[in-house]
Design a protein around this ligand. Structure first.
Ligand code: SF4
Ligand code: SF4
Length: 442
């Protein structure tokens, strides 16, 4: 794609990067076939190629984004299916990230949206606040019947969902009860028997409130196989949620704090890896090196942290797991989270681990399509998110599973909202298969 940035514009490293990305796009349109919003809405401007044109126009002309541009960029899930499909290697992720920052900086949203986005950016990264908000949301659940329900999406879909519809979506996602909090930062779980490794385990924000059992399963499995696990003190949110809201100052602040905390821990006791059980977080931590490439004080450290970051299944794949216990023929539908399959290109390892450990693993039809969770997307765009969830759940039902496994808490909550089949994390099943307890099926 031909671009027309001025030399002065190209002096800005972000614009230079955008120019490189835009030039790689040959506007072939292959990406449209796998884009969930294009598949649902059939509008070119809700496809990757359409969005690329909108972003190009906005950046080249260096003018504030219009309402129309914001609508179509907001509808993008950042699922990155387009990056998997693109034959030219267009880095859509870095382009849309930049567009979101530009929108956040230059576009004035209606006050209700500003309020909601500010609340999400404030509450979600803080587990104590998030826990309190979940309790409040649970109390508010009886009100859902009084609030506007999601609308059917179609080609004619216009505008943004109202604040009330978004609040309705938020209340619907709140669980009926919350488990007790898991272990605090600063906890160390020694290896059982001879120590073969030492890792940090990301505590996560929403996950530690909604499902501390996931990291507990990871700790059980790792320590049982000789790996010491550290929950690093002073660790913060990975920054993914604020990053996807276009609030890069906040996201980079989180990144710097984590880099400092993790590398201090590595200095103190050594770290073979920083393990992540929430693939949405993993994708962003693996991108810290890029996000902080222009920061003289942090660029090298950020690259180091990105290299240390691993999804839990990547690391566990390198361990000789204890022989599986026979479980009968439990059929597991494996839901491949977008952040894992498109963001980190991890597709086979989780399925192979489950198969090797005694589960009958089934691929889900249309597995490349997002479930609609996508960070805060299911709150901000509930109509599209619900459609995608229903489509995902219908596809999962086709393989008639006993359980659904996924590697991302957002997907787990989203899918569980549409099915009675138990949804568990891949690591819970692996822990169970290698001597741990049966996963909590909620
Ligand atoms: S598939 Fe790649 S090159 Fe083709 S239009 Fe999409 S982003 Fe551009
Ligand atoms: S990230 Fe997902 S929703 Fe956004 S343009 Fe790419 S495929 Fe479509």
């Amino acid at each position: 794609m031909k671009t027309e940035f001025s030399l002065a514009q190209l002096a800005n490293p972000d614009i230079a990067e955008a120019d490189k990305i835009l030039r790689a796009c040959v506007h072939c349109g292959f990406c449209t076939a796998t884009c969930p919003t294009y598949v649902l809405l059939g509008d070119e401007l809700d496809s990757p190629r359409g969005r690329i044109y909108l972003i190009k126009e906005m950046l080249e002309k260096d003018r504030p984004p219009t309402k129309e541009v914001v609508k179509h960029i907001d509808r993008c899930l950042s699922c990155l299916a387009c990056m998997t499909t693109c034959p030219s290697g267009v880095n859509y992720m870095h382009l849309v990230d930049q567009a979101r920052v530009r929108i956040e900086r230059d576009y004035r949203r209606p006050w209700t949206e500003r309020l909601l986005r500010a609340a999400l950016a404030w509450i979600l990264p803080q587990p104590a606040l998030f826990r309190a908000s979940m309790i409040l949301a649970r109390l508010g659940r009886p009100l859902t019947g009084l609030l506007p329900a999601p609308k059917a999406t179609s080609k004619a879909a216009t505008g943004s969902p109202t604040l009330l519809r978004r609040i309705n979506a938020m209340l619907a996602l709140a669980p009926m009860s919350l488990p007790a909090p898991g272990p605090a930062g600063g906890s160390v779980f020694p290896a059982i028997g001879e120590r073969r490794g030492r890792v940090a385990l990301l505590q996560g924000c929403a996950q530690q409130v909604l499902a501390p059992r996931i990291n507990q399963a990871a700790i059980n499995l790792l320590t049982r196989h000789g790996v010491e696990v550290v929950l690093v003190r002073d660790e913060q949110c990975c920054g993914a949620l604020t990053h996807h809201l276009g609030r890069d100052d906040a996201a980079l602040g989180f990144a710097r704090a984590n880099i400092t905390a993790w590398l201090a821990e590595a200095e103190r006791g050594g770290l073979d890896a920083i393990l992540v059980t929430t693939s949405g977080c993993g994708t962003v931590i693996k991108d810290y090196g890029f996000m902080l490439r222009e920061d003289r004080d942090f660029a090298a450290a950020a690259a180091k942290v990105s290299a240390l970051a691993k999804d839990i299944t990547e690391y566990v794949g390198g361990i000789d797991l204890k022989p599986a216990q026979p479980r009968g023929d439990i059929v597991v539908a494996y839901h491949s989270a977008c952040s894992l399959q498109h963001g980190q290109k991890i597709t086979q390892a989780p399925k192979e681990l489950l198969s090797k450990n005694g589960f009958v693993v089934k691929d889900v039809p249309e597995s490349h399509l997002c479930c609609g969770s996508a960070g805060t997307y299911n709150i901000l765009q509930p109509d599209i998110a619900n459609k995608l969830r229903d489509r995902k759940v219908a596809n999962i039902a086709m393989v008639k599973p006993d359980m659904i496994a996924a590697g991302n808490i957002g997907c787990m909550v989203q899918i569980a909202g549409g099915t009675s089949v138990p949804v568990v994390h891949t690591i819970e099943l692996l822990d169970w298969a290698t001597g741990g307890p049966r996963p909590g099926l909620n």
